[in-house]
Write a protein that binds this ligand. Sequence first.
Ligand SMILES: CC(=O)N[C@@H]([C@@H](O)[C@H](O)[C@H](O)CO)[C@@H](O)CC(=O)C(=O)O
Length: 320
Amino acid sequence: MASQKKKLQGLVAATITPMTEHGEINFSVIGQYVDYLVEEQGVKNIFVNGTTGEGLSLSVSERRQVAEEWMTKGRNKLDQVVIHVGALSLKESQELARHAAEIGADGIAVIAPFFLKPWNKDVLINFLKEVAAAAPALPFYYYHIPALTGVKIRAEELLDGIQEKIPTFQGLKFSDTDLLDFGQCVDQNRERQFAFLFGVDEQLLSALVMGATGAVGSTYNYLGKKTNQMLEAFERKDFSSALNHQFCIQRFINFVLKLGFGVSQTKAIMTLVSGIPMGPPRPPLQRASREFIDEAKARLESLDFLSSTDLKDRNLESCS
Ligand SMILES: CC(=O)N[C@@H]([C@@H](O)[C@H](O)[C@H](O)CO)[C@@H](O)CC(=O)C(=O)O
């Protein structure tokens, strides 16, 4: 059985994997990155080697090293470190799960295999169960991201009876816009202590209303502070403020989505906002264009999401 850890809640930053200009992992900035998340963004939980972390573009050896570095640098600073160990190969996934347990991670998450795909719920559960069994003391999270995996098995269906099959099952990371599916996951499991972690940052407020217990996302790397203000407003039932915060966040995400937004752009924005070099993404992804960076920077400034000192006076639509 999974050891009784504190339930994962609040914001969880889906960490970026920093890289050098030569495409190697830049371990040297991870310590600084931890401090930035904790001190500047108020985010103390991380999700390592997921989509944003380009986990599936790294070798198994690199994934192990990245996980170790976050564990080492996060010790006594972070609350929880969840490692994504999903892979196409069950063996690799199990190796990564065992490794996560060895280094003292707080949980593991797994996406559905996306090349030779599971064709129904039972087949998917069997795969997940084999991975979870490799780390029997670690809380297990299913990472539902159908737009990227192409595995469209509804999360509601998957959760039905999952704990009987996977005793360490602890929660769901739901990266999809289907709030009916998400709401039903919460509604049908009310008596269980699952974590329901929403993964579409621009819609988080709606998911909170549906019962999300936390959120995992890329924007919490640099909009964590802002999103925490929304969570606090929601907590004190100040829904009007919570909505203002969400709209503000939406203004930015909507803007970059229209320009074309993904992991490469997240790396560029994080570099801009934190000052920590995140480097380029790994091919096949291409680095964000100069035009994107300039436009995103101007938008961040106009929304007051960049801590430039001289901008306050000419702020047009400040979100602070
Ligand atoms: C498809 C995707 O990358 N979704 C992001 C969101 O945080 C997303 O960037 C954000 O909502 C903006 O659309 C996360 O759900 C991904 C994530 O948590 C991860 O990196 O594992």
